[in-house]
Write a protein that binds this ligand. Structure first.
Ligand SMILES: C[S@@+](CC[C@H](N)C(=O)[O-])C[C@H]1O[C@@H](n2cnc3c(N)ncnc32)[C@H](O)[C@@H]1O
Length: 231
């Protein structure tokens, strides 16, 4: 049985039980194989844009004897991917803007899908895109793996276009996750924003508007982390 690291394990936990998933950018194929081998998913389609990673996924699927339940496809994002009958789309290990562009290409067909998205960077722009394009962020789960902290976003289309505040773009629903990993995620965000504020303040020609925005964000984040520590 494949042992997933925490990042992939959190993604797997957000898959619809008994569902049919599309694992975009599957690379090694661990997520698809683990989901099917554990019985969490009924079937998976593992895709990748590059033949090398797709071959790795195919090898992993074969070694685990799951060829009947996991298909593979060489394609860019969701291009040509059959969506009928699928319940979940899982995209992990990519930048947030790339994830958004992959979803955008099939936007009109995403109603009803359970989306499990794990941006490596640009989580803010991804949350913003989701808010502006009619997706509700249902929940987020944080994971610390290999010294890095990630938030895994679980979203569903409901057609409601939401305003995304700077704080929501930064944190999303990660603050609702009461795990220790979420505390680490928030602390890392706070440290990053504080560094940005320090940089703005030490500029030769300081931009007072930007400084005010950044300071507000740092204060909001600090309040969030303190609330958690007290609670
Ligand atoms: C860092 S790996 C992540 C693998 C796995 N999803 C994970 O989270 O561990 C990113 C994979 O996405 C693939 N990829 C990058 N852009 C893609 C795209 N537009 N469509 C499909 N796959 C893509 C890469 O080839 C690579 O195998």
């Amino acid at each position: 049985m494949i042992q997933l690291d925490k990042r992939l394990a959190r993604m797997a936990e957000l898959m619809t039980p008994g569902g049919v998933g599309i694992d975009v950018g599957a690379d090694h194929g661990y997520l698809s194989v683990s989901l099917v081998a554990s019985g969490r998913a009924k079937r998976m389609l593992a895709t990748d844009i590059r033949p090398g990673p797709l071959s790795s996924a195919e090898r992993c699927i074969r070694e685990n004897g799951l060829e009947d339940q996991i298909g593979t496809m060489l394609t860019d994002g969701l291009t040509g991917v059959p969506l009928e009958g699928a319940t979940d789309i899982l995209i992990g290990g990519m930048g947030g803007l790339l994830i958004a562009s992959i979803l955008e290409a099939r936007l009109a067909e995403l109603k009803g899908f359970n989306l499990v998205l794990q941006p490596m960077t640009q989580a803010g722009p991804l949350r913003q895109w989701l808010c502006e394009n009619g997706f509700a962020i249902v929940c987020e789960r944080c994971a610390v793996a290999a010294g890095k902290a990630y938030s895994i976003i679980n979203a569903r289309y409901d057609g409601v276009k939401r305003k995304c505040t700077p704080l929501f773009a930064l944190v999303g629903k990660a603050a609702d996750d009461d795990s220790e990993d979420a505390a680490v995620y928030l602390q890392k965000l706070l440290a990053r924003e504080q560094k940005m504020l320090d940089g703005l303040m030490s500029a030769v020609h300081p931009d007072e508007d930007k400084i005010a925005e950044s300071r507000q964000l740092v204060e909001q984040l600090r309040a969030l982390t303190e609330q958690r520590a007290e609670g």
